[in-house]
Design a protein around this ligand. Sequence first.
Ligand SMILES: Nc1ncnc2c1ncn2[C@@H]1O[C@H](COP(=O)(O)OP(=O)(O)OP(=O)(O)O)[C@@H](O)[C@H]1O
Ligand SMILES: [Mg+2]
Length: 451
Amino acid sequence: MTMDAIRELFERIAQWADKHSPQTLFARALIIIVVPMLLLQALSAWWFYSQRGDNVTNRLAILLVRDLRLLISLRSDFPDDAHRDWILRRSAQDLLLFVSFRKGIVRPFKEPEYFDIVAREVQGALEADLKKPFFLDNNIGGGQLLIEIQLPDGDVMDVLVPHVRLTFGSSFAYVVAQLGLALVLFGLAIWFMRRELVPIEHLGVAADALGKGRDVPDLAFSGGTREVRNAATAFHTMRIRLRRSIQQRTEMLAGVSHDLRTPLTRMKLSLALLPESPETRELSDDVSDMERMIEGYLAFARGEGDEDPVMTDLSEILEDVVAGARRNSGSVELVWHGDMNVELRPVAMKRCVTNLVSNAQRHGRNVRLEATRGRTSVVITVDDDGPGIPPENYEDVFRPFFRLDPSRNVETGGVGLGLTIARDVARSHGGEVTLARSPLGGLRAIVRIPI
Ligand SMILES: Nc1ncnc2c1ncn2[C@@H]1O[C@H](COP(=O)(O)OP(=O)(O)OP(=O)(O)O)[C@@H](O)[C@H]1O
Ligand SMILES: [Mg+2]
């Protein structure tokens, strides 16, 4: 297999894991730590039991057969009854071997009934070291093994061997100790991991707040990992730069607009001194237009940036806007669904909705204003029954000073900043303004504000 193929295989495994594992960093990090740990434990336990366990059992079986040989030799060397009684007693007390003798023949050899590593080892040791006919029964219960050995004098030696002589203790304690230790370590791992992840969570919250134009909590991490601290510092710098650049743009445009007012005023004065003619009238109309555009921009720039988002009842803002609009003319309908308490800049938001409603009123007779709270955002729609806007112009009308009707007729529009400002306000809340066809027949403006 080439390196590329291996890399691709790993990539595919990672993708599969990505799709099927939990979504939080915390859970994943735990899995990444815990799974190898468990595998390692299982493997080492298995190795320990199969290798070391076999070894120990093997030694114990050999020792058992040596003891048996010793007993057999003692018995043939000291054949009197007193010595034989002594052998039985001592072997039970000191060797934990329960021996008895009887006349007869051992049963014919047979394989152990089920797989039993202890019986297998004992059988192997007996075959290798005893050199006498024997019978092994590993199925008598009571945690014992029965060995029958044919002695040369026609006697049979029955030996009951307790399992404790043949195994190296219960594995239950080992398993419990391992599990307990694993649980303790697991708990510690969870605790430490949580601590490490808290700053990342904070960073996420702060980034989210920044995107919604809200107040961003200060991220001063003294502890934590270097990566997280670096990310926090970078975020902090980015936030400051962002704010500064927005401020700079607004201030510069405001400065230019402000300075344009003086030459405009001078032009107006000069025009007034000229004898009246169609040309001068056109010129003075243009100058008035420019003045209105500049005033419009200045009015917008003045309110920019100095308002802080606060918890606001959006329905009150909508009521306000509608109350103002009803004073003009036509019918304005207002409905809302769900909790309307949202964190936003009330004055800016009021301007946004007012602009949309005044557009609707200017172009249509009936206006409908609706607000709905969804899971992640609040959506405000403004519908009218006017002529609407051709879909190919949906983006154009958001450009500053753009008007569909270029005649500068006050009936068909103002300076052309209304939609620009509305979108600017929505974006400063992390939201957006979009246009669509209204079920009423005219234009539908949709404001979406994330919550
Ligand atoms: N509801 C609407 N129906 C039809 N056309 C619209 C509607 N709203 C806006 N427009 C068109 O989009 C253009 C831009 O609208 P925008 O609100 O930005 O500026 P304006 O209304 O002309 O001026 P301003 O709002 O600054 O007084 C308008 O000139 C108009 O042609
Ligand atoms: Mg407008």
